[in-house]
Each structure stands twice: as C-alpha cells, then as structure tokens.
Design a protein around this ligand. Sequence first.
Ligand SMILES: O=C1O[C@H](COP(=O)(O)O)[C@@H](O)[C@H](O)[C@H]1O
Length: 335
Amino acid sequence: MASSSSTFSSMFSVSLCSLSSSMPKDCRPYGFLVSPPQPNVVPERLINKNSFRLRRACGVVGQDSTSNKRYDSSRTKALMGCAPMGALPKKKVEVFETEEDMAMSLAKYIADLSSKFIKERGLFSIVLSGGTLIQSLRKLVEPPYISSIEWSKWHVFWVDERVVREHHVDSNYRVAFDAFLSRVPILLANVHNINDALSAESAADEYETRIKNLAYKKVVDTSSVTGLPKFDLILLGMGPDGHVASLFPGHPAIWEKQKWVTSITDSPKPPPQRITFTFPLINSSSHVALVVCGAGQSTAVRTALGKSKIADTLPVKMVSPEQQLNWFLDKNAAF
Ligand SMILES: O=C1O[C@H](COP(=O)(O)O)[C@@H](O)[C@H](O)[C@H]1O
C-alpha cells in the first residue's frame, strides 16, 4: 500500500534511482574498483553530468580516497553478474509499516507485472525463492487476485532449491506448493521444479538444460544483452548474512560465470546440498523483487543500501537485473 510505505530517502538519500549511462554494453573481467585505463572505458566528458550526480547520490560512483581516482562501483557490480555495462536497473526501495502492508503491495506488484508480461509475451515467467518469502505471497490466493490473475499463463521456477526429495520439509518446492501453488489454478505442467532424484551436480545441470530448452521455446524470454534466459520476475528473499538464492558471502559460487545453474554441497545454512541460479542468470532477468522482513536482516539491509564499497561482494548487493530492482522491506528490516 503506497500510503503506508515510505521511501528510503530519509535514511540513505537513496530512494528511487532511475539510472542510466552511456557505458559500452560489454562485459569485462571483474575485480577492481578503480578501473585501469582501458580502450572501452567511456571518456568522462561523455558521462552525462546529471547521471553522474544521481549515481554519486546512490553511492555507485565517487572518488577513491587513497588513489584519488574516480571509481564506478556500478561497473564492478555489473561485471560481477556479467550484466551490461551502464545498464543499471531502476531501483526502488519501499519500507512498509507492517509485513501485512508489504504483502498487500507485493501482491499488487506481482499481479501488475503478470498482466504486463502476459499482454506483451502471452506468458509470465516467475521465479520463487524459499524461506519466509512464500508466506508474504499469501495475498495472491485471496480476492481480487485469485480470480483476476491469468494463472494458466504462469510458468514457475525456483532460484534455488535444497537437494532433498520434494515432499521433504526442507524442500523449497514443498513450501511453495503447500502455501501457494496448490491454492491457485496454475497448470502443474507449468511448475518447473528440480528433478529431486538426482545428485546436486546433476540436478543443477538438468535444470539449466531445461531452462535453456524453455528459452528456446520462448516460454522464457532471452536477454538481447547477455543472450541468457531472461525471466520476467525473480522474487528473492535474503538471509541475515546477506545471502540470496543459495549464493552465500565468501562462497566461490558467487563468482561463477560459466554456469547458469550451479550446485553447492557445503551450504553454511542447512541443508548443505543445494542448487542455485548464478549471478549471470539472475542479473539477466527483467525484474527482481527483494522481499525482506524482520529485525534479523536489518544489518545486511543497511550494508546493502549504504555506500560502503566493502559491501560490493555481499551477495544481495550483487543483484542487478536488466530493468527494475524493487526492495520490499518492513520497518523492522529497514531500521
Ligand atoms: O536457504 C534459503 O534462504 C533464503 C532466505 O530465507 P529466509 O527464510 O531468511 O527468508 C531464501 O531466500 C532461499 O531461497 C533459501 O533456500
């Protein structure tokens, strides 16, 4: 509910940043904040001054205090996910008084995107996370959305999954099925969960292949920028350590560039065996909603939305979809 939300501007001077720049649309190796001279770096005079100001306000450009060189952490972030240079998503941070208000606004946001993409493409590809996010989808199974959404046009995926059988309590599929999918008229054939009979590595490979085939059949769109499947909407939760999907701080999987879906067998949060989308695939999506509630997440939220360069390797801060990044926060997570 717009009326009960407040933007983050008062806290971080960052609320709605509609950013763009004229950086070349390519992808270079990551790992530096101060770019060494490179042939494809756009001369500073070509960077629109207003755009620079906006980006500085959002903490994505600035001056390195030790070397006195200008840095552009948006570039670094884009590179991490292999997203196009300069194609920063629009970013919107909304803070709601209660989780109930947030759930209402989230339902409207999803319903609006569902209708937009169904109009444009005839289908809606939506990717779920596990955890507390699913509870926040409860308004979708109530009026008006239960009858207004064209559920038969939905294709549902998981950004990460625990490698357990699908009826197991730890299964993200099971949590979503029990609380959400079983209550709406989605076609079972359009619910694309992992093959739970496989090992973590095989399940990741098989899921990637299936996604590739569905992109070939245009069930999932394809990014004209990266050439990777482009999901219409990815819904991400976030752990207190700033992890998203099963991409944990300090884990090598956050740097994966070749695979679209990878496996891990040493998740710091149980269960240890998981499959997860990698950043190149997450960041090729059109829209991402980061849905975060509760005081336990507030430190990671502050770090992610603050200006610290150190936070650039916090998984949640590496999320950068092609079109729009929306944060849905309750007050407890935000303050
Ligand atoms: O393990 C996981 O954790 C994150 C965050 O979950 P939450 O319960 O703290 O909201 C979740 O987004 C991810 O899908 C899940 O596998």
